[in-house]
Design a protein around this ligand. Structure first.
Ligand code: HEM
Length: 524
């Protein structure tokens, strides 16, 4: 690092230290900060932050320190919320103060991402944009997308039949392509589609930019004032370039959708619904052109991810969507639990029969398939540390003082493995637990309080239909290696903010002659 940058950094360290001393002196008499690992002078708990698989360290801290765990970092404090009751109390009941977002210098000040619903500060604009989002993705609106989700599920089945060994690529392609078609009406023919390639590359770079340490300016915001020509300020040029790429990613599909509407060949999509709604509305908001760009843009980016405050993600792991992460877990889990697979296939045979394919409308009748989906969302939950909220005012919880500005994590992994909620077998994969309607659904997988994921029902439909159709037509079996059947190691996950199994092999074969007939028909 150049000396000039070091000097800025050192100076910032001193300022941060003084600010931290002042901050601690604000704790009202009789109250204290929640417990947590003891910090060090100047840097607090910076060195305690896990370098990988942060959810496992969070879980150990939960066992050691209890329902609330507090960490202080230079210029920031973190709170982990580890109990079901406190998650409800803080994020739901006190949602008016626990719903802000962390304003990263890189994302907000430099990349100008403040238009995205994921990043918007809690307030009027967020409320209004979320209302438009809800209009496009509520339980009724998403029925319009069933056909698209079914179409890509069939593409997945077709690909699994011909090249089963490439199941990871297939899962990633169909999940990305269906979101693109639902949001913008674009129909990418393969994973090589130029817009899919552009958006994956952009998302990858955005994800890298979010890793603390990639850009010092995120830790020491004062560095943003260094002019781009100054030695050591190359990051500014790099980020400006990325900013242009993001603009291209958001603008290109809007132009595509508007052109298609003009030519009269637009596919039904979220963006075309919004454009048509505003065209016919004399009371449309003044900034409706921005809404047309940014509400679907928020949906696309949030669905294909991953713009978040990463604690530890290594590079190179971003080309996976949350939905495809759950489907990869599905293949992995079926390999490890053949009896679950058999029971699900029995249900499919009874409810759907061998001559038809399951549909999203069968969801209410396919109770065991639904239980598998809920258990997948719970057991190795795909966003194990959630997406942090920011506390907007000082708060008091019991005898603890939580300062304004604290970054608050719902500790999803620990919450969804809590034995007092899910039973002594909470560490095991057992879909049966959700056949009992008293078992709380693992909704924390989709976040907390007022910021809870507004794409949940759409995402669940896509995953449900894929799981139901795959189990209806295929057996997922161990790969036959030189030394016999090979099983992936249990809980063998890549590190990063999303939980997904490390690459593994499996054998995916049609489970009956009726299945072969159905699959062959896809080619006729
Ligand atoms: C398995 C699939 C998915 C999972 C597990 C998931 C999970 C999450 C989580 C944990 C959050 C953060 C909530 C919080 O702050 O507490 C979130 C936010 C969000 N998600 Fe999802 N999500 C999924 C799919 C989708 C899809 C398909 C869409 C779009 C159609 C979407 C749109 C959003 C948006 C816009 C936000 C930001 C909401 C806000 O800040 O107000 N998500 N999601």
């Amino acid at each position: 690092m150049p000396l000039s940058t070091l000097a800025y950094t050192g100076l910032t360290g001193v300022v941060v230290y003084i600010a931290a001393r002042w901050w601690n002196s604000r704790i009202p008499r009789g109250l204290k900060l929640p417990p947590g690992p003891p910090g060090r002078l100047l840097i607090g708990n910076l060195l305690d932050l896990p370098k990988s698989k942060e959810w496992l360290t969070f879980d150990q801290w939960t066992n050691k320190y209890g329902d609330l765990v507090y960490l202080s970092l230079p210029g920031a404090s973190l709170l982990l919320v580890n109990s079901y009751e406190l998650a409800k109390e803080l994020f739901d009941k006190k949602g008016n103060i626990y719903s802000n977002r962390y304003q990263s210098t890189v994302f907000i000040d430099i990349l100008k991402f403040d238009w995205s619903l994921v990043f918007l500060q809690y307030g009027e604009k967020w409320r209004r944009d979320r209302m438009y989002f809800h209009q496009l993705f509520n339980q009724k609106a998403i029925q319009e997308y069933y056909d698209i989700q079914m179409k890509y599920t069939k593409v997945l089945l077709k690909r699994l039949y011909r090249t089963p060994q490439e199941f990871r690529t297939h899962v990633r392609y169909i999940m990305g392509a269906s979101v693109l078609e639902v949001t913008y009406g674009m129909q990418p023919m393969s994973e090589e589609d130029p817009f899919l390639v552009l958006s994956e590359d952009t998302i990858q770079k955005i994800g890298e930019a979010g890793i603390p340490g990639t850009y010092m300016v995120d830790i020491f915001p004062i560095l943003k004032h260094i002019p781009a020509w100054f030695p050591g300020a190359g990051f500014k040029t790099e980020l400006e370039q990325l900013g242009r790429q993001v603009t291209e990613m958001v603008n290109r599909p809007v132009k595509y959708a508007k052109d298609s509407l003009r030519k009269g060949n637009a596919q039904p999509s979220a963006i075309s619904a919004l454009i048509e709604q505003f065209e016919n509305d004399p009371d449309r908001p003044e900034d409706y052109e921005d809404l047309v760009k940014y509400v679907p843009g928020s949906a696309y980016i949030a669905a294909i991810d991953t713009v978040r405050l990463n604690l530890s993600s290594p590079r190179n792991e971003f080309k996976f969507l949350k939905t495809s992460g759950v489907l990869l877990q599905f293949f992995y889990t079926m390999l490890l639990n053949p009896e679950v697979q058999k029971r699900a296939q029995q249900e499919l045979d009874e409810v759907v029969g061998s001559d038809a394919l399951p549909s999203i409308e069968d969801s209410g009748r396919l109770k065991y398939i639904n239980a598998i989906l809920q258990e997948l969302l719970r057991w190795n939950t795909v966003v194990p540390s959630g997406l942090p909220h920011v506390l907007m005012e000082d708060d008091v919880v019991g005898k603890y003082f939580i300062p304004k500005g604290t970054i608050v994590f719902g500790n999803t992994w620990s919450l969804l493995r809590n034995k007092s909620v899910y039973g002594s077998d909470a560490d095991q994969f057992k879909p049966e637990r959700f056949l009992n309607t008293d078992t709380p659904l693992p909704d924390f997988a989709f976040g907390y309080g007022r910021r809870v994921c507004p794409g949940q029902h759409f995402a669940e439909n896509g995953m449900f239909i894929a799981i139901a159709c795959i189990l209806h037509l295929f057996d997922i079996l161990p790969f036959e290696g030189e030394n016999g059947p090979e099983l992936p190691k249990a809980e063998d996950f890549d590190s990063g903010s999303f939980l997904r199994p490390k690459p593994f092999k499996c054998k995916i074969i049609p489970r009956s002659s009726a299945a072969v007939r159905t699959l062959e028909e896809f080619y006729n």
